[in-house]
Ligand binder design. Sequence first.
Ligand SMILES: Cc1cc2nc3c(=O)[nH]c(=O)nc-3n(C[C@H](O)[C@H](O)[C@H](O)COP(=O)(O)OP(=O)(O)OC[C@H]3O[C@@H](n4cnc5c(N)ncnc54)[C@H](O)[C@@H]3O)c2cc1C
Length: 463
Amino acid sequence: MKWIQLLFLQVYFVKCCISSNFNSHTPTSYGFTLDNSIDHYTHLMKNISSKHESDSEYSSFTFSEGQEIKTTNPGDEYDFIIIGSGPAGCVLANRLSENPDWKIFLIEAGDMENIAHDIPLQAAFLQSTSSNWGDFTEPEPGVCKGMYNQRCSFPRGKMLGGTSTINYMIYNRGNRRDFDKWAAEGNYGWSYNEVLPYFMKSERSRLGKFQDQKYHNKSGNLNVEYVNYQTPMVHAFVKGSQQLGYQKIDYNGRTQVGTSYVQANTVRGVRHSAASAFLTPIMNKRSNLSIYLNTLVTKVLIDPQSKVAYGVEYNQGGTTKYAYSTREVILSAGTFNSPQLLMLSGVGPQNHLRELDIPVVQNLPVGQTMYDHQSHAALTFIVNTTGFSPATNRLNPLDVVDYIRGTGTLTMIGGVEALTFYKSPNSEDPPDWPDAEIIMLGGSYSSDEGTAIIRGANIRQDI
Ligand SMILES: Cc1cc2nc3c(=O)[nH]c(=O)nc-3n(C[C@H](O)[C@H](O)[C@H](O)COP(=O)(O)OP(=O)(O)OC[C@H]3O[C@@H](n4cnc5c(N)ncnc54)[C@H](O)[C@@H]3O)c2cc1C
């Protein structure tokens, strides 16, 4: 990646903020002016003129802004149609297109990543841009009381790569017991021993010696590494956890209860989204894979008699079009949009569908069983240190230089530094099943001076 691109990225990023299209409250009270930031980065750009190629062996894996995805002339019939290019859709597109005899069509409502998505520290800012679908909960008594209009925000990525382009990049596979519970409840193929080979197939571990070797692979697509920059505070956190009896562990290894520096989906400090991991390496190399961006699927076509899905209706540039599948339509549009699309296609609670004049194909409780995990901003410690702030107007040329070298504050994954999987004294679950995850951030809600985290979470200024 060229230096000049990196310098442009901050200006680009600020532009993204300007064009962000949600959050109904006015941003004027945030004490941050976009114009000042643009001036700041224009100034930086003028002062750094050297152009170097990065030595990153992965630089060719990164999308550059404005790059177009070449598709074969798709026609309208495929073996597999994949709706949504989040981690699920990207992995499926990669694996299915390994077979040259199959034609694959991947349809994505969003656009392509750019260098603003690459910078791990900027994760929170992306929630206030059009890379996020911008969903909010409906107001409910006693819920989301600290949020504007009593509505919590439910961020979701709208981009090639889905939510992995705006998320916090923590690499955490989940607990063995959760998978085994799902399998025991009848979800065939979901036990830990059955999913572990797939996690490992995907992984390109760069965790070095401190990893549970049996649980990691070095040759997959998705890079996993420790964050290269650490605040002094993180060492105190890990030490403190150890003093409380939590051993330092590889939480993607044989046990999860313990403490660890965070494992991240970055490549030498650059976000490694599902798109950059699973699509970039095959882009323009597999003529059987077609990808449409900025294309919204509006309906899965389902035969009402056989109940078999045979195609999709989609909207591209205001025109309704159709594509047909000979094998499968795969719905991987994410937590909110997959159930929404099922309902639009006639699969869902019949009373609700009838209210909306949607012909019922199958009466099912779609969209009624969503669970989210609670999270709380718990203790905030005021420390006697300066020098770390994700506020864009605090960055200086040296931060950019460090970033190019794969280190420095910009490589921190939204500030997340360490995790402790914790077992509360009241838990009645088996000893290796934690019931809380404590995440240590080298910063607080106010570190970005109100420019990102509280905006993304829709938290009121007076809170
Ligand atoms: C703020 C935040 C932070 C997170 N941090 C982490 C983390 O640190 N580590 C971690 O492991 N997980 C994290 N997650 C969760 C993780 O990102 C998701 O679990 C994961 O992205 C889900 O993948 P998916 O493919 O199911 O869906 P998504 O990633 O949501 O992708 C769905 C895709 O479908 C597209 N789409 C939707 N509807 C349509 C349509 N009608 N037509 C065409 N395309 C459509 C969307 O635009 C999107 O690209 C985080 C999530 C959030 C919201």
